[in-house]
Design a protein around this ligand. Sequence first.
Ligand code: ISJ
Ligand code: GLN
Length: 801
Amino acid sequence: MTPVRRILLVDAYDSFSNNLAALIRLVTHAEVHTIKIDAYNHREFQGFLKSFDAIVIGPGPGTPTNDEDVGIIPRIYKLPEEEIVPVFGVCLGFQSLCLEFGATISRLKVVKHGQSSIIRHNGNDLFQNCGEVDAIRYHSLQAEMNEEALKKLEVLAVADDGPEENGEVIMAVKHKELPFWGVQYHPESCCTNLDGAKVVANWWKMATRWLSEKGRTSQPLPEGWVVPLEKQTLLGMPPIPPKRELCYQSFHAPCLDIVELCDLLEVRTQQKFAMLDSSAKHTGRYTILGVFIPGTTDTYTWRVGDDCLYSETFGKPGRQEARINVEPSPYGIWSDLANQMAAFAATGGDDECPFWGGFIGYFNYEAGVSTLGVDLASPRGDEREGRVQIPDVNVSFFHRSIVVDNISGKVWVQSFELRDDEWVLEMTEKIKLLAAMSITPTTTPPNEVAGNGMVTQPRSTVSSSARLATTTAVAEPLFSASEVKVTQPEMEKYMANVRNCQRELAKGESYELCLTAQTSVDVEVPFANAGEEDSSWKIYKHLRKRNPAPFAGYYRAAGTTLISSSPERFLSWNKDGNFQLRPIKGTVRKAKADGTIATRREAEEILNTPKERAENLMIVDLIRHDLHGVLDGQEDEDGGVKVSKLMGIEEYETVFQLVSVIEGRMGDRMREEGFTGLDVLHRSLPPGSMTGAPKKRSVEILQDIERGADEGDNCGERGVYSGVFGYWSVCGGGDWSVVIRSMYRFDEEFENENGHRREEGMSKRERWRIGAGGAVTALSDPEGEWEEMLTKLNSTLAVFQ
Ligand SMILES: C=C(O[C@@H]1C=C(C(=O)O)C=C[C@H]1O)C(=O)O
Ligand SMILES: NC(=O)CC[C@H](N)C(=O)O
């Protein structure tokens, strides 16, 4: 029997390296172990190299001429003869190989990010049995040969970009004597064709031949070879069998109006409220409400830098330290959240219902950035005087909940609070009565659900008060112009930032950057006395009509109010371990300059261009990488990561979007070990569609660029915008959207402005923050990006106008 081979993948902090690892694992059946370029010094590195049969050097940001970008990589080519192993370099890895043996590294005239090329090869060596290679490229730099380099290296393939662009660009080389190969393009991209991916199999054939000719075998892994952190669960204790039994009632109430249901729960006057709302029913389907119980429901908050999670209980003053960890965990508060969930796992609910209670809330952008080991734009601890301190994590844990299926009209009232049948029954009766009191037009057609799960006939049930609300909402603006002050990004600065991003792209520092900017809206609102409707609810109702969205929602807790009308699912999973991500990248505004509305066909034309498709592809590859990172290497499952929809066009209220769907699976064994959806969420933040690729370097660049433009009080922080908002249910499932087309407020921001004399008739100021942006690539046009940002901004800003 041939021994198990081991391949070491050296990762230069790229966002595609896990895809490469997955491809290599698939093709070679070898074990693939990934280390970062700077994780070990060269002595340590040389020490454990004996345990590996080959090395793959991955792609990455930056340039091989910069020591920091390549770390340990150059050492690999300088190993003493008896320690040499076969090498396969991809992109940055390929460039480092070329540089080492004398080639020069120069910038491309026209950079290629997420674009495909036909690769010209002679059918030999790496390209044996390869037909036409259609390959995806992600590079700004190229390797150029000279006499010295050609003594050592042989060129195996080129791409001809034509005289207008880069001319011939080298796409593959091999070393003439040593077992070193490299390719400039990305065999692991989901849009590189099979012939392009075959180079990995060909390399492995040649590598293993070389190993047997030399009689090389690897030694066992060194003692104490660490399991990478990402292969450890967040859960800081053994999984516990479910203890809680869910008590629920379910019934059909197709006439139920969501706004009225919220009114029944006294949304107008509550300081705390949690609703995830599918106000547009494609993709999103359910409306989920967490019900706060005085004295019981805890809201957990954390700011980056805090050394523990805090909790406050609804109806009780103050907050406490909440340490749920049994043992200190390297994951800090993320383990606390996983442990809290483990302690409350429930059984007995309806399998049809996605949420049985559990967490609802948000993880903001900075919480996500902190998981990457990137320092924040404005360091915590030296806060500017008076700056608002919005929690970076803000989630509430619900024992009681109400779920509405907006397609079938089914409603669930649920609780896993002990002996709570009475509440469940009472609430059920109240909701049934509410639904019965709603007016259903006699012409209401029955609900029809098409095979694809889309509603063919909307549930056109309009209650009397909702109808009234619609009329008033459309007839009158929510605020008069004098009550609203909008501070928007400046066009010149935004466009300059697009160019700043493009400068980084040209240098090879990033392949795509999702640039964003902050807008703030100050409004004068009447001070809401006890029992009066809070302005946030008025705004939410308005937005719900103006910009219906599958991932809308309204969340008020820990002094923060978030109103969302997001079209984008970040990550969902069900209790059987099936995961889905739905990145959006590529946006066309429906309203055209001439006042007409763009048709779907026109949108298709624009979205089917190389620019838009490249933008989307880069994020698809990045998301695949994130998912592979957690789900790969399962012994009984391969993670099953696949792209189930590539660049479909979806229509929303104000825009058309290009959407892809990526799926994966967490097998039984992983789940038995204690892995949950939170492990995947934690390892995938912040959402790749809001950063660009490669994620870590892009986040660093964006922090610098956005801070430079930010003269407001955000100091370059994105806050809740660009984070995720959703739920994690005690039944095991979860669903999180990307916080875009949204706004948030820190409730107490101007609390002291008018002193404490809050009286009837007085007004108070509140500030809503809205972020908006878009992906910048080398193909972007600054003015187009500015327009795109404004379009997205206006989908929410419009409620104030
Ligand atoms: C940045 C935003 O949206 C993101 C950027 C998109 C794009 O570049 O096309 C599309 C959806 C989002 O992932 C935003 O809405 O503010
Ligand atoms: N994908 C990569 O490895 C890119 C390598 C290098 N940063 C370039 O842009 O050319």
